[in-house]
Design a protein around this ligand. Structure first.
Ligand SMILES: [Fe+2]
Ligand SMILES: [Fe+2]
Length: 279
């Protein structure tokens, strides 16, 4: 995990990443908004949780946090969730009914520590409102994004993510063609349903983001993108036309492991074509 950084007057990023052999680097970000009622947006990776708390403490006294905005309960967003809820009784977790249900399958949160917010609804933070909306792409039905009407930042969850080839602090420092390729790869992995959507309906969801016109797109899986919405949207319009992503099969994985470690896993014996049954 990297050190926390300030990205606007009142917004901070807690950046980390995952290296995926053969593909590249997937940024994994959480954010803090120092509103009158401070909010943590997402909770990072589980293996990062000790560092995550230290990074958070560099930004804010976590006991001052009023809200955790959980964009969805995937493992790359919930790493420090339960530790924070247990340690700081004043914080309440914003999610959806579906998100609450998914969390309850493993580690239920006490109902009085949860606050349900649906797309179209707003949350008052004292000095601003957050507007909840459905992002154009997502990999979990509980997902929401949130727009800060004061900073004009869109916290877009998995949407607008990209696989990158080298670490970057700002999206504008990624070469344009690399960013385009990384966005298309990410969206084909994260939202495989894109290939079967009605193109005009998907375009309408992107147009709604265009109308919102955030100055800053803060994806969980992209470095902060300032004044880059037209470029990001232009690429996403193409996403439904991308080929389906197919990961390496066992033979390809064995080659990768041999290259990385010098040894490959023991493979199962091939099944005889007659199923091993002698006539
Ligand atoms: Fe996700
Ligand atoms: Fe994610």
């Amino acid at each position: 995990m990297e050190r926390a950084r300030q990205i606007t007057q009142d917004t901070y990023i807690l950046p980390s990443s995952l290296v995926v052999p053969g593909l590249g680097i997937i940024p994994v970000n959480a954010f803090v908004v120092k509103a009158a009622d401070p909010v943590l947006v997402d909770c990072g990776l589980h293996p990062d949780r000790t560092e995550f708390l230290s990074a958070l403490e560099e930004i804010i006294d976590p006991s001052d946090l009023r809200w955790i905005y959980l964009t969805h309960p995937d493992a790359d967003h919930t790493g420090s969730l339960h530790a924070l809820v247990e340690a700081f009784p004043g914080v309440r977790v914003i999610t959806t009914f579906v998100g609450m249900g998914m969390l309850s399958l493993r580690d239920p949160l006490p109902p009085d520590r949860v606050y349900l917010l649906n797309p179209g609804e707003r949350l008052d933070l004292g000095d601003r409102s957050l507007v909840c909306l459905r992002p154009p792409t997502f990999d979990n039905p509980a997902t929401t994004a949130v727009y800060d009407i004061r900073s004009h930042a869109l916290f877009s969850s998995d949407a607008f993510g990209a696989v990158v080839q080298s670490p970057a602090e700002e999206a504008f420092s990624i070469p344009r063609e690399d960013l385009r390729a990384g966005q298309l790869l990410w969206s084909s992995v994260d939202a495989p349903w894109l290939q079967s959507v009605d193109r005009s309906k998907f375009a309408a969801t992107l147009n709604r983001i265009q109308d919102l016109d955030p100055d800053l797109v803060l994806s969980a899986h992209l470095p902060p993108a300032r004044a880059m919405l037209p470029q990001l949207l232009e690429t996403l319009f193409e996403a439904p036309d991308q080929p389906e992503f197919m990961g390496p099969n066992q033979a390809a994985l064995s080659v990768m492991l041999r290259e990385m470690t010098g040894s490959a896993p023991i493979e199962p014996k091939p099944i005889p074509t007659n199923g091993g049954v002698h006539p």
